[in-house]
Design a protein around this ligand. Structure first.
Ligand code: G3H
Ligand code: ZN
Length: 279
């Protein structure tokens, strides 16, 4: 396994009009499923732990240690980028020190000028450690609220900080998409892509119809973040195991037996996504 930052793998995907899969994990089972899927498909991956996932695991340092060790054991032949997702500046610095090779500073709740200034400072630090940086412009909340969507002038300005890729808000949403969701704002995405030769990141990559994902990739989305769909696959698998009553047979109370049910389904889902993002 080669531990890499996100610079080359995202840029290569962008140039080839493909997207690299960014998959979030919250626990060992999910991490294992993602790594096994990527190794089987021989596809490079951005494996990602959010600030809250790291807290669940207990610390940013331990999250980095576990991920690196598991990646070298389970995914020996691919490039793995270890990404810290949706962090504060302090957490991103901690992640860099812990050995993450890529960080995302989420300054979406800040005024743009503050978001810009903090991102720029982080880029300077990250450069010294050969770590890639992702920033965010706009808020990933969707609903065509004009305050949430990325503003073209802010996107252009943010790119000047020296970041490697940028999360944009084009009516994408974290979590499950509501029935009445109006779809991605392709007009805005096209404008941003025309104005900037730069790889964009699509957060909230779960449950977006495939035709929209394809179109988004053509219009400059080079990294797609998926978490909710992986969690749902795990949840559904464990739920059917429990409902079918198999959990009461043999030694199926063993947490590894229960975990395996989820791993199987999460792995299948990640393989499907990997193939689709790079068709
Ligand atoms: O940063 C992670 C994501 O944007 C994942 O979003 O949970 O909606 O798939 P999702
Ligand atoms: Zn996100």
């Amino acid at each position: 396994m080669s531990l890499v930052n996100g610079k080359k793998i995202v840029l290569d995907a962008y140039k080839n009009k493909k997207a690299i899969g960014h998959f979030n994990f919250n626990n060992i089972e999910t991490l294992k499923a993602i790594l096994l899927a990527c190794e089987e498909e021989k596809k490079d991956v951005i494996i990602s732990a959010s600030s809250s996932a790291s807290k669940y695991i207990s610390s940013i340092k331990l999250t980095a240690i576990i991920t690196k060790e598991m990646a070298s054991n389970l995914a020996p032949s691919i490039n793995v980028c270890l990404h810290f997702d949706h962090g504060t500046i302090e957490e991103c610095k901690e992640a860099i020190n812990a050995g993450f090779t890529s960080v995302m500073y989420d300054g979406s709740e800040e005024e743009f000028s503050v978001n810009f200034k903090k991102t720029k400072e982080l880029v300077e630090i990250a450069k010294k450690f050969n770590v890639s940086v992702e920033a965010e412009v706009g808020k990933i909340k969707g609903d065509k609220d004009l305050d949430n969507l990325s503003k073209p002038e802010e996107v252009k300005k943010m790119i000047e900080t020296g970041i490697d890729f940028l999360a944009i808000s084009v009516n994408n949403i974290h979590g499950k998409y509501p029935e009445n969701w109006k779809g991605l704002d392709f007009k805005l995405l096209e404008k941003l892509s025309k104005e900037n030769y730069f790889p964009f990141v699509l957060h909230g990559g779960s449950q977006i119809p495939e035709d929209q994902i394809k179109k988004a990739i053509k219009l400059g989305i080079a990294k797609i973040n998926v978490s909710t769909e992986i969690q749902l696959a795990n949840c559904e698998a464990i739920k059917s195991f429990v409902i079918s009553n198999k959990i009461n047979e043999d030694k199926n109370y063993d947490s590894r037996k229960i975990g395996e049910e989820g791993i199987k389904k999460m792995k299948e889902l990640v393989i499907k996504k990997l193939k689709f993002f790079q068709e």
